[in-house]
Design a protein around this ligand. Structure first.
Ligand code: HDD
Length: 687
């Protein structure tokens, strides 16, 4: 316990003094500090003295607190957890992390891509999904996204993509979104980005929660078994809470209501013991399968439909502990796609190959030292042993003279240092075959020239509502693009994906349909893949969801209790909202404390709402814009609205029409698990 002490010599200010078990405050060099609040002066009103090392160290350290933020994925949230291997795949890989029953510590960081570290959580953007597995054979980093494909096929294009999507170079806006000239200029000139454009304009980039999104390793990797046999593999993370996204208007309002919406949601879930879980799945295939597809499996703008190669679940990740310190862990964690372990290997995907260089380089510049692997969050749990030495901020003290290999000093009794292992990582013989080796050319393989087939696949795999959202998203983004020739090029490109999509967008932005962009390679039609739809993969559940309950003076306590127990009984959480933060005076005169005040707790923060009001309470709230908006938005955002009979006037004022999602209070638990898609306007069935 800290004992507070008023220092009479300094205006009675508060000083905290060590005593009992409270540690003594020291400088970075361990010197005890007697006064942390007053700099050393020459007389009470005199100048501050240069010899004040306590002041200088404190301010110097502060001045250096920031490190360069990540050039992409700067804004992120991380958590610790555990991965448990649940299936025997020793026929496919010798990786120890996959030995059935093995539990491996992990650290996972989710991120947006384009915005800076201080930007918001809910722009329309791809989300990073990076997992560091601290395996017994070293760290394996699976550095993926929540979308299974990427904008480009070759890493040499990455700086162009990122320059175009980040804030524009002269004006430094927009901070975190793609709805601006430079991104669409670049994208419209890069047909290979079309498939990912559709994903980016879909609800995938508006996740309801980080806990409700899939993750993908994106590239084709290889698994290698103990006999050296390799198989191609794609990695998938499947959230136990199902997929869920927000709709656009809801997303915009969420941004206004809470810049930290996703960060807070993840933190609070873990803090409250509601640990998010994902199953890890693999799609395994061989060269014969790869050769038979109308796309190249080494092309990161393509996916493999789950209907063609089912996802086999091989383990589960549970995030069960928040970071102790954001900077030390979430900011300093350094992911490296080069971190693979024996039994996992790369493929010749040119995007992956380029990443292998980029991340090591970036971590050295970001963290300032070649010894960044010694920072606790990055350090392998099986202790690194080699002859790499010295460098800035070396924290280890290697012993002995032998810092080279081969050496023979151990024979004379001195430690000769670590030795190679026959079981160590060995690059597998490349199963893509000798035809991949050859002349040195700046070239891409033939099938990489198909830019539209999978964009078509994505479009036909969506529900009617999802397609409407994609068309609206293109329309919105292009409405923010100034030069007409860029808008035209995007639409010309979309004609190769789907004529109706192109027509809807052209109509949305008020443009005549331009001629189609010539396709480099004629697209083919693939069978729809229901696995790509969020709406089809949502779970009717209240687990991980929160219901906002609006109460006011005069509300019936019994009704509030009924609603609360129904929601909690179904695994959901209740958030009581009242006009005053102190709560509401219920019908029986008792006070009911609220979790939040109406103006600060708009309904976009919740998955469904209940309105528990007396006739007087409802009448009073008719005059409150925030209350009317609260109900109107919940209905407009396709959420269940449950209400007491006396609350009906408020629902009427908010334009709530009767449908199956508008229910009596006792129906809340089952109604709240769904979204009511039929309420959406402008949804057409696929032509
Ligand atoms: Fe990347 C960070 C994911 C292509 C270069 N990337 C970064 C992070 C994720 C991804 C999740 C944040 C990791 C964290 O939380 O710290 N990146 C991807 C995926 C890609 C991809 C799924 C394609 C399939 N990236 C990619 C390419 C390059 C980079 C082609 C460069 C050639 N990425 C970087 C980087 C970053 C990064 C500049 C910035 C900060 C960092 O590495 O640690 O090196």
């Amino acid at each position: 316990m800290t004992e507070q002490n008023r220092n009479p010599g300094n205006g009675g200010e508060t000083h905290q003094q060590a005593g009992g078990d409270v540690p003594v405050l020291t400088t970075n060099h361990g010197v005890p500090v007697s006064d942390n609040q007053n700099s050393l002066k020459s007389g009470a009103r005199g100048p501050t003295l240069l010899e004040d090392f306590v002041l200088r160290e404190k301010i110097f350290h502060f001045d250096h607190e920031r490190i360069p933020e990540r050039i992409v994925h700067a804004r992120g949230s991380g958590a610790h957890g555990v991965f448990e291997a649940t299936d025997d795949i020793s026929d496919l890989t010798r990786a120890a992390v996959f030995t059935k029953g093995t539990k491996t510590e992990v650290f996972t960081r989710f991120s947006t891509v384009a915005g800076g570290a201080g930007s918001v959580d809910t722009p329309r953007d791809v989300r990073g999904f990076a997992v560091k597995f601290y395996t017994t054979e070293g760290n394996w980093d699976l550095v993926g996204n929540n979308i299974p494909v990427f904008f480009i096929q070759d890493a040499i294009k990455f700086p162009d993509l990122i320059h175009s999507v980040k804030m524009e170079a002269d004006r430094a806006y927009p901070q975190a979104g793609s709805a601006h000239d430079t991104f669409w200029d670049w994208a419209s000139l890069t047909p290979e980005s079309t498939h990912m454009q559709l994903w980016a304009m879909s609800d995938r980039t508006l996740p309801r929660s980080l806990r409700m999104m899939e993750g993908f390793g994106v590239h084709t990797f290889q698994l290698v078994n103990a006999e050296g046999k390799s198989s191609f593999v794609k990695f998938h993370w499947k959230p136990r809470l199902g997929l869920q996204s927000t709709i656009w208007d809801e997303t915009l309002k969420l941004q206004a209501a809470d810049n930290d919406y996703h960060r807070r949601d993840l933190w609070e879930a873990i803090d409250g013991g509601d640990f998010p879980e994902w199953d890890l799945g693999i799609q395994v295939f061989d060269k014969a399968f790869a050769d038979a597809q109308p796309y190249d499996v080494l092309d990161s703008t393509k996916l493999i439909p789950e209907e063609d190669v089912p996802v086999r679940i091989i383990g589960t990740m549970t995030l069960n502990r928040n970071a102790d310190n954001f900077f030390a862990e979430t900011e300093q964690v350094a992911f490296l796609p080069t971190n693979v372990v024996p039994g996992i290997d790369f493929s010749n995907d040119p995007l992956l190959q380029g990443r292998l260089f980029s991340y090591l380089d970036t971590q050295k510049s970001r963290l300032g030292t070649t010894n960044f692997h010694q920072i606790p969050i990055n350090a392998p749990r099986n202790d690194a042993q080699n002859f790499q030495r010295d460098g800035m901020m070396q924290t280890k003290v290697p012993k002995g003279r032998a810092n080279y290999e081969p050496n023979s000093l151990s024979v004379i009794g001195e430690d000769g240092g670590p030795r190679e292992s026959p079981n160590g990582f060995a690059t597998t013989t490349n199963p893509t075959g000798p035809d991949e080796q050859g002349e040195k050319l700046r070239i891409r393989a033939e099938l990489f020239g198909d830019h539209y087939s999978q964009a078509r696949l994505f479009w036909v795999s969506m529900t009617d509502n999802e397609r409407a959202h994609i068309a609206s998203a293109f329309t919105f983004e292009l409405s923010k693009v100034g030069p007409a020739h860029i808008r035209k090029r995007v639409v010309a490109n979309l004609r190769n994906v789907n004529e109706e999509l192109a027509a809807r967008v052209a109509d949305g932005i008020g443009m005549d349909l331009p001629p189609a962009n010539p396709a480099f390679r004629e697209p083919v039609d693939m069978a729809p893949s229901p696995a790509l739809s969020i709406q089809r993969n949502m779970k009717d559940t209240l687990a991980g969801r929160m219901v906002g309950v609006l109460i006011a003076d005069g509300s019936d306590g019994a009704e509030i209790d009924t609603v609360t127990s129904a929601i909690e009984g179904a695994g959901g959480k209740v958030f009581l909202v009242a006009p005053k933060v102190g709560g509401a005076k219920l019908a029986d005169g008792s006070m009911k404390e609220a979790h939040g005040q109406l103006a600060g707790s708009p309904s976009q923060l919740f998955d469904a709402v209940a309105v528990v009001l007396s006739a007087d309470g409802a009448r009073a709230l008719l005059k409150e814009g925030a209350a009317v908006q609260w109900v109107m938005d919940a209905f407009g955002h396709l959420k269940a609205v449950a209400a007491s009979a006396d609350a009906r006037p408020l629902l009427d004022r908010a334009g709530v029409e009767k449908d199956e999602g508008v229910v009596a209070l006792d129906q809340i638990a089952s109604a709240a698990t769904k979204r009511y898609w039929a309420r959406e306007d402008g949804v057409r069935t696929l032509a």
